[in-house]
Design a protein around this ligand. Structure first.
Ligand SMILES: Nc1ncnc2c1ncn2[C@@H]1O[C@H](COP(=O)(O)OP(=O)(O)O)[C@@H](O)[C@H]1O
Ligand code: SF4
Ligand SMILES: [Mg+2]
Length: 394
């Protein structure tokens, strides 16, 4: 198969693999009684495999409770995996203890969702952003203070903020402080767990754009977690979609948007409003998933999505679909994918749940409303968008 030549960045597959994850598992035991015997387990992450390539941004999306944060904490080794393997720059770090992880802490950093609770209120900004230098025993040229002040400027704050306290800053500014702290030691890999979800919508794009600019300046590799595709669609090179502890689809951003294969991805995509002005006035349908993500303590058998999938057939309830590449660099786990050959064509009998799994609503855009109003003066104005519940919100 020939792949069309690309002008700029080298094909991602040819770049170095920075992080390699193989069959990663995290089960949180549930214990009961005086003897604290384990009676069950929360299967938060249940066998996921992927690579993160040097210099790329891997977006990870899925509804709340799908295991995204647990995955982030496993690959930064803030949590110990129950099974599987994590390799950083070719070194197995799956079970490294605190002491052996210390040098690695410099290279792997995490940015957290909540900029209010992640900064110690009693410490000055200078102490917070300078802490990684002290912890690692790093003495930068020109001293810690000057380096920290330079970092504050880089993230859009002022060097004068050095002696101030977190409560003096807005949510967006606090997240910039969190970013300055994470990037202070020039790490190689940054895992950002819903870095803008707690922020006002009006400033979310600014902070995402800041991360994007810093990536180029500092040569960073990102894993950015989000529950909503709208936040990461512009900055991700590749996107992994998670559902109930599994990666169900992984593809280049463009492939994922233009030809999603997993029904869950399709539902997530159709929940994202289309900002393209050329498409205003085009009536489109949104797929709205009913219900919540099932409990990871006792996940559905077969394909975990079969209780909410409109394409679910008998095989889906009994056989877990393998996670395979159905096209070059486009992996999916589904018996009946969209935009790809049916993997179980003989199995055609829909499950009864499939018929009630989704609501398809017709979305009327603002342009339609304007047309309707000019055609029918005096008629009550329609709502520009159907009243919907956003399936991807948590
Ligand atoms: N420390 C923990 N102990 C027990 N269960 C946990 C723990 N952390 C997360 N979980 C559970 O694991 C599942 C996945 O959680 P999480 O990784 O936070 O998902 P997400 O970030 O996608 O919302 C959830 O059911 C959550 O309640
Ligand atoms: S068609 Fe079947 S295998 Fe594919 S997502 Fe739906 S339930 Fe899962
Ligand atoms: Mg989370």
């Amino acid at each position: 198969m020939t792949i069309p030549a690309q002008a700029k960045p080298a094909p991602a597959s040819e770049r170095d693999v920075l992080l390699k994850v193989d069959g990663l598992v995290k089960h949180f035991p549930i214990k009961k009684g005086l003897l604290q015997r384990q009676v069950a387990a929360v299967q938060a992450v249940d066998g996921i495999s992927f690579d993160v390539r040097s210099g790329e941004t891997l977006g990870v999306v899925g509804e709340s409770g799908c295991g995204k944060s647990t995955m982030g904490r496993l690959i930064t080794r803030l949590l110990e995996p129950t099974g599987g393997r994590v390799e950083f720059e070719g070194t197995d770090i799956t079970h490294l203890g605190t002491a052996k992880m210390r040098p690695l802490r410099r290279d792997v950093q995490m940015i957290f969702q909540d900029p209010y609770s992640s900064l110690n209120p009693r410490h000055t900004i200078g102490t917070i952003v300078g802490a990684p230098f002290k912890l690692q025993g790093v003495n930068p040229e020109g001293g810690i203070k000057k380096t920290v002040q330079g970092m504050l400027e880089r993230v859009g704050l002022s060097p004068e903020h050095y002696n101030r306290y977190p409560h003096e800053f807005s949510g967006g500014q606090r997240q910039r402080i969190g970013i300055a702290r994470a990037l202070a030691l020039q790490p190689k890999l940054v895992v950002a767990d819903e870095p803008v979800s707690a922020l006002d919508v009006s400033i979310q794009a600014q902070v995402v754009n800041l991360l994007d600019d810093l990536q180029d300046e500092l040569g960073l590799t990102y894993v950015i977690i989000a529950h909503d595709l709208s936040v990461i669609r512009h900055v991700s090179d590749r996107i992994a979609v998670m559902y109930l502890g599994k990666i169900v689809e992984l593809a280049d951003r463009k492939d994922l948007y233009t030809k999603p294969m997993h029904p869950y991805t399709k539902a997530l995509l159709s929940a994202v409003p289309v900002p393209d002005p050329k498409r205003r006035g085009v009536k489109s349908e949104r797929i709205l998933l009913r219900g919540d993500v099932p409990s990871p303590i006792d996940p559905p058998k077969g394909c975990r999505f079969h209780t909410r999938c409109w394409k679910a057939t008998e095989i889906c309830a009994v056989k877990e679909p393998p996670f395979v590449a159905l096209e070059t660099a486009h992996q999916v786990a589904c018996h009946h994918p969209e935009n790809a050959p049916d993997q179980a064509p003989e199995d055609t009998k829909l499950l009864s749940v499939a018929r009630e799994a989704i609501d398809v609503v017709s979305v009327t855009t603002a342009a339609d409303v304007a047309d309707a109003e000019s055609a029918d003066e005096g008629a009550p104005a329609k709502e520009p968008e159907a009243e919907t519940t956003d399936a991807t919100k948590d």
